[in-house]
Design a binder for this molecule. Structure first.
Ligand SMILES: Cc1cc2nc3c(=O)[nH]c(=O)nc-3n(C[C@H](O)[C@H](O)[C@H](O)COP(=O)(O)OP(=O)(O)OC[C@H]3O[C@@H](n4cnc5c(N)ncnc54)[C@H](O)[C@@H]3O)c2cc1C
Length: 655
C-alpha cells in the first residue's frame, strides 16, 4: 500500500524540483539491476562501441539514445563519462567585433560605478539613488540583452556576464534591481514572447521607461513553486483571463509596470477531456487595473533593491498576454531561472574580486607583532583560498555563459552548480575578508559588512541552494537511471545487444582487475596539469560507481534519500569545478598567458582538496557503516527537537 501511495508523491516532488518526470522502468524495480553496469565510456568510446557491432541495431540505438541524452559534462559525470564537448577547450565565444564592443562598454560602466553610484548611500536610503537609476538608463543597462532592433544593447550571455560582474563588484543592491528587471522580470518575454509581445514591451523595458518584475512566490508557495494558488480564469468569450492572487517578496514589486505572473488556469486534456489546474505565465501591465503593492520590505541586505508584496485583484489580462503555452507556465518559470543563473555567478565573481582587493589592501598595510600581517601563514592561507574560490567561480560563470552562447541546451546542472558555488564562495570570501580586517571589518565604513549582508540572500532566492543541490543530484541520477534502464533491456536480449554487453563486460573486468576504466583527460588538458587530471578521473570513477550503487539500491526511492543526495551533489559540484579550472588553466598554459603559472597553482590546489573531499565523501557513502548511523542520528535528533520545540537537553547546571 505504501509503495502505491508514495509513487505519485515522488513524481510530484521531482516535477516540483524542475526535474524531468520520466523515470525509467528499471528504477521502478523490474530489471535485474545488479547486473546492469554501465561502462565509463567517453563519447569516443561509445562511438567505437556502436561501430563494433553493426549487426546490432538495438544496441546501436540505445547507445545513440544515451549519447543523444546530453552533451552536459555534469550529466555525464553521473554516468561515469567524460563528456568533454562543452568543457574542453575552455570556450572562447566572442568574435573580434563583440570583444571590441564589450571593451568599449567595460570602461564607462566601471567608471560609472566608481564615480557616480554610492552603494553605502543606497543602502542607507534603502533605495537606489535617482542619479544612479538615470545614469544606468543612459548607459543602456536596463536592456543589455534586448536585441538592438528593439532598443536594447543586444549583448550575448558572455558579454552580459562581463558587465554584471562589474555591477557585482560595486553594488549588489543595484545588481538585484537590474537583475530582477532583465534576468527574470522580462526574460520570459525574450525567451518565450511572441513577435507582437516583444515589439510591444521590450523597447520600453530596454530603455528603463518601464520596469519589470517576476512574480512567482506566494505566502504558501516558495521552493514548491508548483503549489501556487493565484488563479487566472478564462472568460467565456476567450478574450481575457481574470487574475486573482497575491505574491510576496517580489523584487521591484513596488516599482514595476510590467509583471511576469504565474497563475493556475484550467486546462482541458485533449485526449481524456479531463480538466486540470496547470500553471500559465502571463505578461501583466499595472495599467490593466487591479494591480497594487505593499510597502517596501525591511530586510537584512540588498536594502537598496525594492522588495514588496504584489496583489492582483480581478485583473483582466488579455488572452494574447499569455506567455508561452497555456498550462506551460512551470516550464517558462524554470527556463527563466535556469537561464539567469550564470549571471548570478558572474556578479558574485565580481563581488569576490572587489572584496579580495580590500582584504589584500588591509593585509599589506596592517602591522601586528612587528610585521605586516600578510607575512603570517594564517593570513596567507586565507588570501590564497579566497583567490582560489574566485578563480573557480569566475571560470564557471564564463564557461556556462559560453556554453549558452554556443547554443547548448544542456547546461541546467552546470548553471545550478554555478549559482550554488558562487553564492557560497562569495559568502566565505567576504567572511574571511572581515576576519583578515579584524575589528575594522566589522565597522560600517569599509563597506564589507554591507556586502556580507547583501550576499546572504543569494543562497536563498532563485532556488535555495538546498533545493538546487537536490536538483543537481536528481537530474544527474535521472540521466544515469535512463541508461541503467537501457542496459536492463539489453540484458533481456543478450544476442541482439552483444556489442553493448561485451563492451560492458570488458569495462567491468578491467575495473575489477584494478586496471581502471580507461578514462583519461590526457588529450585535452595541458600536460603540466596531468596530475590534477588524474585526480579528477579517479574521483569521477569513484563517484559514478557510488551513483550507480545508490540507484541500484534505492531505485526510484533515491528521491527521498536526501542525506545521500546532498553528498552526491556536493561531490558533483567538486567534480565539475575541478574540470572547469583544469580547462581554463590548460588554455592559459597553452597560450602562454602571463598568469599561467599562477593559474596552475590555483587549479592544482583546488583539485588536490576537491578530489580529497570527493574521495572521503564517496568512501563514506560506499562502505562506512558509521555513515548510516550518522544519518539515523540526524533524523532522530531533528525529530526530538521538533517534538520538544527546541533543544532537548537541559542546562549542565540543572536549571
Ligand atoms: C529579498 C528577496 C527577494 C526575492 N525576490 C523574488 C522575486 O523577485 N520573485 C519571486 O517570485 N520570488 C522572490 N523571492 C522569493 C524567493 O525566491 C523564495 O524566498 C525562495 O524561493 C525560497 O522560498 P521560501 O522562502 O518560501 O522558503 P521555503 O520554500 O519555505 O524553504 C524553507 C527551507 O526549507 C528548505 N526546503 C524546502 N523544501 C524542501 C525539500 N523538499 N527538501 C529539503 N529542503 C527543503 C529550503 O531549502 C529552505 O531552506 C525573494 C525573496 C527574498 C527574500
Amino acid at each position: 500500500m505504501q509503495a502505491v501511495r508514495t509513487a505519485p508523491i515522488v513524481g510530484q516532488q521531482l516535477r516540483r524540483l524542475g526535474v524531468g518526470s520520466s523515470w525509467p522502468r528499471a528504477l521502478l524495480g523490474q530489471p535485474p539491476l545488479g547486473l546492469a553496469r554501465r561502462p565509463y565510456a567517453s563519447g569516443a568510446t561509445q562511438a567505437v562501441l556502436e561501430k563494433s557491432d553493426p549487426l546490432s541495431p538495438e544496441a546501436s540505438t540505445q547507445e545513440k539514445q544515451a549519447k543523444a541524452e546530453s552533451k552536459s559534462f555534469a550529466a555525464g559525470m553521473f554516468r561515469g563519462q567524460l563528456t568533454t564537448d562543452q568543457v574542453f577547450p575552455y570556450p572562447s565565444v566572442l568574435n573580434e567585433e563583440q570583444t571590441q564592443f564589450l571593451k568599449e562598454l567595460v570602461g564607462p560602466v566601471s567608471r560609472f560605478f566608481e564615480e557616480v553610484n554610492d552603494p553605502a548611500k543606497n543602502d542607507m536610503m534603502e533605495k537606489v539613488e535617482e542619479t544612479t537609476i538615470q545614469g544606468l538608463k543612459e548607459l543602456g543597462a536596463f536592456g543589455l540583452q534586448v536585441p538592438s532592433e528593439l532598443g536594447g544593447v543586444g549583448l550575448c550571455n558572455t558579454q552580459y556576464a562581463r558587465l554584471v560582474e562589474i555591477v557585482g563588484t560595486h553594488d549588489l543592491g543595484v545588481g538585484i534591481t537590474l537583475g530582477a528587471h532583465q534576468s527574470i522580470g522580462f526574460k520570459g518575454i525574450l525567451l518565450f514572447g511572441t513577435k507582437a509581445q516583444k515589439e510591444k514591451y521590450l523597447p520600453k523595458l530596454a530603455s528603463g521607461e518601464t520596469i519589470a518584475a517576476f512574480c512567482l512566490t506566494e505566502p504558501s508557495s516558495g521552493s514548491d513553486a508548483a503549489s501556487i494558488r493565484s488563479s487566472a480564469v478564462p472568460s467565456p468569450c476567450g478574450k481575457y483571463y481574470t487574475l486573482n492572487g497575491s505574491k510576496i517578496w517580489i523584487s521591484n514589486g513596488g516599482l514595476a509596470d510590467i509583471f511576469t505572473v504565474f497563475a493556475k488556469t484550467p486546462v482541458t486534456d485533449a485526449a481524456t477531456g479531463a480538466v486540470k489546474e496547470k500553471i500559465t505565465a502571463f505578461v501583466v501591465e499595472r495599467s490593466f487595473g487591479g494591480v497594487t503593492h505593499g510597502p517596501p520590505e525591511k530586510k537584512m541586505g540588498i536594502k537598496a533593491s525594492n522588495t514588496a508584496e504584489v496583489y492582483f485583484d480581478g485583473v483582466r489580462v488579455p488572452a494574447e498576454n499569455v506567455l508561452g503555452e497555456v498550462g506551460g507556465g512551470f516550464k517558462v518559470a524554470m527556463h527563466i531561472l535556469n537561464n539567469g543563473r550564470f549571471g548570478m555567478a558572474a556578479a558574485l565573481a565580481g563581488t569576490m574580486k572587489g572584496i579580495i582587493a580590500k582584504a589584500v589592501d588591509h593585509a599589506t598595510n596592517r602591522t601586528q607583532f612587528g610585521d605586516k600581517i600578510h607575512n603570517f601563514g594564517l593570513i596567507q592561507e586565507k588570501l590564497a583560498r579566497m583567490a582560489i574560490l574566485h578563480y573557480v567561480t569566475e571560470s564557471m560563470a564564463y564557461m556556462v555563459s559560453a556554453n549558452m552562447d554556443q547554443g547548448s541546451t544542456d547546461f541546467q546542472i552546470e548553471a545550478a552548480i554555478s549559482k550554488i558555488f558562487g553564492s557560497e564562495a562569495a559568502w566565505k570570501v567576504t567572511d574571511e575578508c572581515i576576519q583578515i580586517m579584524g575589528g575594522m571589518g566589522f565597522m560600517k565604513e569599509p563597506g564589507v559588512e554591507r556586502v556580507l549582508r547583501d550576499l546572504r540572500i543569494f543562497r536563498i532566492f532563485e532556488g535555495t541552494n538546498d533545493i538546487l543541490r537536490l536538483f543537481v543530484a536528481l537530474q544527474g541520477c535521472m540521466d544515469k537511471g535512463k541508461e541503467l534502464s537501457g542496459l536492463g533491456n539489453a540484458l533481456k536480449n543478450p544476442f541482439g545487444n552483444a556489442g553493448l554487453l561485451l563492451g560492458e563486460a570488458g569495462k567491468q573486468l578491467r575495473r575489477r582487475a584494478g586496471l581502471g576504466s580507461g578514462l583519461s583527460l590526457s588529450g585535452v588538458i595541458h600536460q603540466e596539469l596531468s596530475r590534477s587530471g588524474e585526480l579528477v578521473v579517479q574521483a569521477l570513477e569513484q563517484f559514478a560507481a557510488v551513483v550507480e550503487a545508490k540507484l541500484i539500491k534505492h531505485k526510484k526511492g533515491i528521491v527521498n534519500e536526501q542525506f545521500v543526495l546532498q553528498r552526491l551533489a556536493d561531490s558533483a559540484i567538486d567534480l565539475y569545478t575541478m574540470v572547469v579550472v583544469l580547462s581554463r588553466a590548460s588554455r592559459s598554459l597553452s597560450e602562454g598567458h602571463p598568469t599561467a603559472q599562477h593559474e596552475k597553482m590555483l587549479c592544482d590546489s583546488w583539485c588536490i582538496e576537491a578530489a580529497a573531499r570527493v574521495r572521503e565523501t564517496m568512501t563514506a557513502l560506499q562502505s562506512d557503516p558509521q555513515q548510516q548511523e550518522l544519518f539515523r542520528n540526524f533524523k532522530s535528533i531533528s525529530t526530538a527537537l521538533v517534538e520538544r520545540g527546541g533543544v532537548v537537553t537541559s542546562n549542565p547546571l540543572g536549571f
